[in-house]
Design a protein around this ligand. Structure first.
Ligand SMILES: [Zn+2]
Length: 90
């Protein structure tokens, strides 16, 4: 038998989108409902951090635009958009 813990929520439950540097752990977060889709292009703490590629930057920008639009439109939709997460124990 396996016990699985899950977390489920609506997209309007999302309080922040966080970008975390894999090298130093520095993070920048945005409220997705108010995010203007400006994406940090590199870590502000690592002086020689690699800059994201234009493709990565554009994909994240598109994600931000869609997420913001969905959050604003969700109250008028005939359905809910739910996100489901599996909680892992460390
Ligand atoms: Zn860093």
């Amino acid at each position: 038998m396996t016990l699985t813990k899950r977390l489920s929520g609506e997209i309007t439950d999302i309080r922040s989108i966080e970008f975390v540097c894999k090298s130093c752990g520095t993070s920048v977060s945005f409220n997705p409902a108010k995010w203007t889709a400006i994406v940090p292009s590199r870590c502000s703490n690592c002086p020689d951090a690699a800059k994201w590629t234009p493709t990565t930057d554009e994909n994240i920008r598109q994600f931000a635009v869609l997420l913001t639009q969905l959050i604003k439109a969700e109250k008028d939709m005939p359905l809910e958009i739910r996100l489901d997460f599996e909680l892992k124990e460390n």
